[in-house]
Structure formats: structure tokens, C-alpha cells
Design a binder for this molecule. Structure first.
Ligand SMILES: *Cc1c(COP(=O)(O)O)cnc(C)c1O
Length: 439
């Protein structure tokens, strides 16, 4: 007899960011299809997609504009290459991204994931200085923020600040100066003493996602831009998570009127449909790579599927949907509603803190023994009640698709609040206060 999906999965799959032993002990939820902002399992049960299928879905699943864009491209060609050739979707999308992005970003380099978008920005910054006027080769290190998350490849882990993901790879990583998010004075001191050896400062603008949805103090991003400009150090804005409306504006940088030298995009770029990422660069950086062929100032980097036509078509469909549905305009009252609903959640005795910006929210349950897997318990309870969420440790993340209906937003927050209470009750029947005392 044919094996079921859970059987095949447990026998052959290795899941990301997952302790396989725990995974093997649980019945996996099998998602077979989706509709709008609902995921649907093999038995036909619906779940609100409470984390936008890992922070990337924007307009819901099976959106007609994006579906048609991909289907139309499929009738033409699924993939050729950007190495030595071009295609209409890649060129048109680049022009649209330049239009939407903060001023000065004029060049678009494609890859497939947020990690690689960051990796590319780091390499561009490094090579830019390396072959700059007078070959200023001292700019070899970076500044990043404590708690930063920029992806899982070795370069992007090097500029990360989450020990849990970082620790094991120490000997493989390059050096990076770290400052606390919000510490403008610390950043100023660092740049005063090291500017000549720093290639770039890299930040997640406004909100650090994987750190646990940590919101930076207002003005910090603006200050970081002023300081990097004053010291002639490049600024890389990693908007892989914050981009495409997540914090309430198309890009988080807009909120502090910041234009970085390099901008990394991923996740929401295709509306959450297909793997596509982009690194946008200023013309100044691009010009630093111009020269005679035999000078080899070329950017020697490019993935096989860079600028994949189906993915570019999806991204164009995503941007068309933003325009036609006035997604950002219609998001504002939903952000206000979410704020009100979360005000009540923050009052729960089990909740230590609620943080966030726009449609990027963390509900922090405080410090607990990791062995209790409290965050995970909450996700199991939420699943029973019809919502898919995924925690960061003991912080429950809410990142609904921007297109979610108000009624579903209400239901999602209600489910999560109930699930937090139920998870605490299920833990040895101990009430919250005791648990916190024990932790
Ligand atoms: C998710 C994320 C990345 C990595 O993106 P992948 O597509 O998972 O490689 C990079 N930076 C930030 C801020 C992210 O949230």
C-alpha cells in the first residue's frame, strides 16, 4: 500500500530549524491547499495563515492576479538565464522596484532568498571598497546589531547576532563589530574609531524580526544613516522581513526618510509565492564595478536561477495587486484594529509583553524553561482552534497576510489569546504565576 504523507515525511524529510526527534514524535499537519488567507489540510479543515507562511504572504493564497501572472509566464518560458541573456519580466520588475524603493537605489541584482540578498550586499560592499579609488583595501569588516538576523548562509550568519544560530559556526565566521540596537552613541563611537576599516553597517530597519520582533527606538535608523554618511561608510538595509507593507509602509526605511546604499528584499517580493530576492544598489556602487573587461572589476556572483522568469512574473503580479487593491491604504484601519485587540492580550497574566509595528507582532510569554516548549504548545493549541502560528522561542509571532479580513484578524487574535491560556493550563495544570516563579 502507498505510504501516507506523514509516513514518507517521517522516513525521509529533514525539516528546517526543527529538532527532528520532536518532529518524529508528533503527527505533522499536512497542508494540501489554500484559499485566500486560509490554509487547508488533508481533511479539509481550514486554518488562518497567522504567520503568512513564514512572513512572506501578502495578498492571500491563490490570488487571481498573481496566479494569472505566473500562468501567463508559464505559457512563454519557465526559465532561461540572466547570465548573458535578459527577459522582459526581470527588466520590468527592476524598473518597478527602483520606482518604489527609497531614492538613489537604481540597480537591481536578483537571487532567490533573503540570505543570498544579504550575502550579495555584503560582497558588493566589500568589493566596492576593494577596487575603489586608490584601492582602499582597509574596509574589510562590518558593523551589525546585537540580536540581528540576516539569514543562514555563512556570510549572513557572520553579521547575525543570535547566539543560538551563531554559536556552533564561530570558527567559520568573519569578524563583525556589534552594537546594541538603538545605541546611536555606541555606533558613533565605533565609527569614530574604526570608520576606515568598515565596509558597511547592516541593519534590519525599525524592527528586528527573528530576534523576537524587537522594535528600535524612533530615530535610530535616521541616526544610523546620518552617521554612516558622515563617516562615508555604506549602509545596508535588510528589509527582507519589513519590506512590502509589513510595518505599514511599503518599506520600513520610508518611516524615517532613510535611503540606504544597499537594500535587501525577499519574503514578500513575490507576494509569498515563489523564491525571489533582490539586492538594490545605488548608481555610485554600480559605477565602482565599471571598467575595461581585463580589469576584472566584474561582480563575480550569480546563481543558476537568478531572475527566474516565473518568480519575476509573480513579483509583478504582487505589485499589481498592491496597486489595484490599494493594499497599503486598506491596511491602516486593520493595523489600528490589531493594536486594539493586542491591548487586551497584553493584559493577560500569562503575557509578559506585546511588541510590534504594523502587521509584525510578537507576544512575549516571558522566560520559561526551554524544555517546556511553551511557544510550541501554544501553536498546537492554536492549530486545534483553526490557526497556524509559529513561535520564536516563547514569543508568539503574529504576521498575518496584509489582505486578511477584519473578522479573521479578530478571530486570529482571539484564538491566540485562548491558546496561550490553554497552553499554560495544559502544563502540569499549573497556573501562570507559579510557572513564572518556577522559570
Ligand atoms: C527571513 C529573513 C532573512 C533570510 O531570508 P531567507 O529567504 O530565509 O533566506 C534575512 N533577513 C531578514 C531580516 C529576515 O527576516
Amino acid at each position: 500500500m502507498a505510504q501516507t504523507t506523514p509516513e514518507l515525511d517521517h522516513r525521509h524529510l529533514w525539516h528546517p530549524f526543527t529538532q527532528q526527534r520532536d518532529w518524529g514524535a508528533e503527527e505533522p499537519l499536512v497542508i494540501e491547499r489554500a484559499e485566500g488567507t486560509d490554509l487547508i489540510d488533508a481533511e479539509g479543515r481550514h486554518y488562518i495563515d497567522g504567520v503568512s507562511s513564514l512572513w512572506c504572504n501578502v495578498h492571500g493564497h491563490r490570488h487571481p492576479l498573481i496566479d494569472e501572472a505566473i500562468a501567463g509566464q508559464l505559457d512563454r518560458v519557465a526559465h532561461s538565464t540572466m547570465l548573458g541573456l535578459t527577459h522582459p519580466g526581470a527588466a520590468e520588475l527592476a524598473a518597478r522596484l527602483v520606482e518604489l524603493a527609497p531614492p538613489g537605489l537604481e540597480r537591481v541584482f536578483y537571487s532567490e532568498s533573503g540570505s543570498t540578498a544579504v550575502e550579495i550586499a555584503l560582497k558588493m560592499a566589500f568589493q566596492y571598497w576593494h577596487q575603489g579609488e586608490g584601492s582602499d583595501r582597509r574596509h574589510t569588516s562590518y558593523v551589525c546589531l546585537e540580536g540581528a538576523y540576516h539569514g543562514d548562509t555563512i556570510g549572513s550568519v557572520s553579521v547575525g547576532g543570535i547566539d543560538l544560530f551563531h554559536g556552533a559556526y564561530g570558527p567559520l565566521l568573519f569578524d563583525c563589530h556589534r552594537v546594541a540596537p538603538g545605541d546611536s552613541a555606541g555606533l558613533a563611537r565605533l565609527l569614530d574609531s574604526h570608520a576606515g576599516e568598515i565596509a558597511a553597517v547592516i541593519v534590519e530597519p525599525l524592527v528586528q524580526g527573528a530576534a523576537g520582533i524587537l522594535v528600535q527606538p524612533p530615530g535610530f535608523l535616521r541616526r544610523a544613516r546620518e552617521l554612516t554618511e558622515a563617516h562615508d561608510v555604506l549602509l545596508i538595509a535588510d528589509e527582507v522581513a519589513t519590506g512590502f507593507g509589513r510595518t505599514g509602509t511599503m518599506f520600513a526605511c520610508e518611516q524615517e526618510r532613510v535611503a540606504p546604499d544597499l537594500l535587501c528584499l525577499g519574503k514578500g517580493l513575490t507576494g509569498g509565492y515563489l523564491p525571489l530576492a533582490a539586492t538594490l544598489a545605488t548608481e555610485r556602487i554600480h559605477e565602482g564595478f565599471l571598467g575595461a573587461h581585463e580589469e576584472f572589476r566584474t561582480f563575480f556572483h550569480g546563481h543558476t536561477f537568478t531572475g527566474n522568469p516565473l518568480a519575476c512574473a509573480a513579483a509583478l503580479g504582487n505589485l499589481a495587486a498592491f496597486e489595484r487593491e490599494a493594499t497599503l491604504l486598506r491596511l491602516q484601519p486593520k493595523i489600528r484594529l490589531l493594536g486594539e485587540l493586542l491591548g487586551e492580550v497584553a493584559e493577560l497574566p500569562e503575557v509578559a509583553e506585546v511588541r510590534g509595528r504594523g502587521f509584525m507582532v510578537g507576544i512575549d510569554l516571558g522566560e520559561h524553561d526551554p524544555a517546556l516548549r511553551l511557544g510550541h504548545r501554544v501553536t498546537l493549541e492554536a492549530r486545534e482552534r483553526g490557526a497556524v502560528v509559529r513561535p520564536l522561542g516563547d514569543t508568539i509571532v503574529l504576521m498575518p497576510p496584509l489582505a486578511i479580513a477584519k473578522a479573521d484578524l479578530r478571530r486570529l487574535v482571539a484564538i491566540v489569546a485562548e491558546s496561550i491560556e490553554a497552553a499554560h493550563t495544559s502544563l502540569r495544570g499549573a497556573p501562570a504565576a507559579e510557572l513564572r516563579a518556577a522559570a
